[in-house]
Design a protein around this ligand. Sequence first.
Ligand SMILES: Cc1cc2nc3c(=O)[nH]c(=O)nc-3n(C[C@H](O)[C@H](O)[C@H](O)COP(=O)(O)OP(=O)(O)OC[C@H]3O[C@@H](n4cnc5c(N)ncnc54)[C@H](O)[C@@H]3O)c2cc1C
Length: 415
Amino acid sequence: MSRETLVLGAGMVGTSIAYHLARRGRNVTLVDRRAPGQETSFGNAGIIQREAVKPYPFPRDLPTLLRVLPNRQIDIRYRPKGMLAAAGPLFSYWRHSTPARHAQAIVPYASLITRCTEEHAVMIEAAGAEALVSKRGWLDGFRRQDSMDAQIASAEEIARQYGVTYEVLDAAALKALEPSLAGALVGALHWTNSWTVSDPGGLVKAYADAFESLGGQVRCAEAQRIEQGPNGWRLHTADGELEAEELVLAAGPWSNRWLAELGYQVPLFPKRGYHMHYAIRDGASLNHPIRDVDAGYLLAPMRAGIRLTTGAELTTLEASPRHGQLDAAERVARKLLPLGERRDATPWIGNRPCLPDMLPVIGAAPRHRGLWLAFGHGHQGFTLGPVTGRLLAELMSGEPPTVPMAPFRIERFSS
Ligand SMILES: Cc1cc2nc3c(=O)[nH]c(=O)nc-3n(C[C@H](O)[C@H](O)[C@H](O)COP(=O)(O)OP(=O)(O)OC[C@H]3O[C@@H](n4cnc5c(N)ncnc54)[C@H](O)[C@@H]3O)c2cc1C
C-alpha cells in the first residue's frame, strides 16, 4: 500500500517535495492556506540562480556598516523591533559571515545550487511550463568600476570552481543588449547559465498541477496544530483534521511556529522584501532582469509588467509595511529605465526564510519519527525548491541522496 504523506506549505519548496514524493508512488496531500505559490514563492525576482553558489553573508566591513546605520539605504533597512526580536539569530549570522566561515558554507551551498537548473528542467518538462522560462540569463549592472572589478574577480573564481558561466559587458555592450537603459551604468556581468521566470507564482502552480496529475491532492486549509499519534501525524486545520504516516514541514518563514512546540529551537528569521509592477513608457523594453548592484534593487520583466524587487528589510514577520525602501528604489529606477504607472494597488510583501549559517534545513526531525523538515532557503528558495524536493524524497525513501546531507541537518542548531 502506498504511504500516506502530508506536506505542509505549497511554496516552491513544499510543492517540489510533494511532486518528487508522488513520483515515488506515495499518496501525498499538499496543504496550504492559499493556492500553491501565493506567498514568498510568488513575489520574488523569478531567477533560477545558477550563479549564486556563494550564500549571502551579513556585511562585516566597516564602510558598509556605517553606510547602513542611518537606515536610509535602498539595499538594506532595519527596524529596531525586528533587530531585537532576532538579535540572537542575527548575531549568529554575523559570526557565520567571517570570510573563513562563509567559505565553509559555500561548499554545501554550491552542492545544491549547481544542480538547480537540471532539477528545474525535470519539473518544467513534467509541467509543460517551458513558456514561463527564459534561458537567456540575467544581469548584474554596476555604477562603479571598483565594484564591477570585484565582482569580475569573484565570477572568475566561481566559473573555475563551480561551472558558472558569464560574460563581462562594457557600457557599449550593455547598451547593445539593453538599449532602453540610461547611461548610468559602467557595465554589467551577464550570468549566462542562470534561468529566469516571467511568472514565479505561475511556475509553482504549474508544478502543483504536475503533482496533481500524478494523483497528488492539493488541500486548501489553515494549519493550526500538528500532533504525533501512534500511527503517524495529525494536522489540525480550520476545516478539520488530516492524518498521515509522515508529515513534511515546508512552511517557509512560518516553519518555526510548530517546531518550537515540539522542542526544536531553530534560529529562523525573516528578511523582508517588497515588489511593485510598472508599465514601461515610450516603446522601451527590458530583455533581462537586471540588478542595480550599487543602488541595491532589481528590475525584472514579468508577465504583469516590470517588477521592481527591493533588498532586505530586517523586521518581524508580522510588522506592518513601510514603503520608504521601495519608494526610494523606484526614484532611482525611474532614472535607469522609463517606467510608467504603478500597476498594483499596494506593494507586495514577502519574507525570505533565513538561517544564520546561510544553509537550509533539509532532513529528518531527529526526535520525531515520520516528521521531515525543509525550510530556511533564504535568498534562493525559488532556485532551490526542485533540488530540495529530490533530496528530501530520496531521504524519505531510503535512497542514497545525490549530495551529502549532513550540513543540512537540524541537529547543527542543538550543540
Ligand atoms: C523580494 C524577493 C526576491 C527574491 N528573489 C529570488 C530569486 O530571484 N530567486 C530565488 O531563488 N529566490 C528568491 N527569493 C527567495 C525565495 O522567494 C524564497 O526563498 C522562497 O520563495 C521560499 O519558498 P518556500 O516554499 O520555503 O516558502 P513560501 O513560498 O513562503 O511557502 C510557504 C507556504 O507555507 C504556507 N503556510 C504558512 N503557514 C501556514 C499555515 N498555518 N497553514 C497553511 N499553510 C501555511 C504559506 O501559505 C506558503 O504558501 C526572493 C525573495 C524575496 C522576498
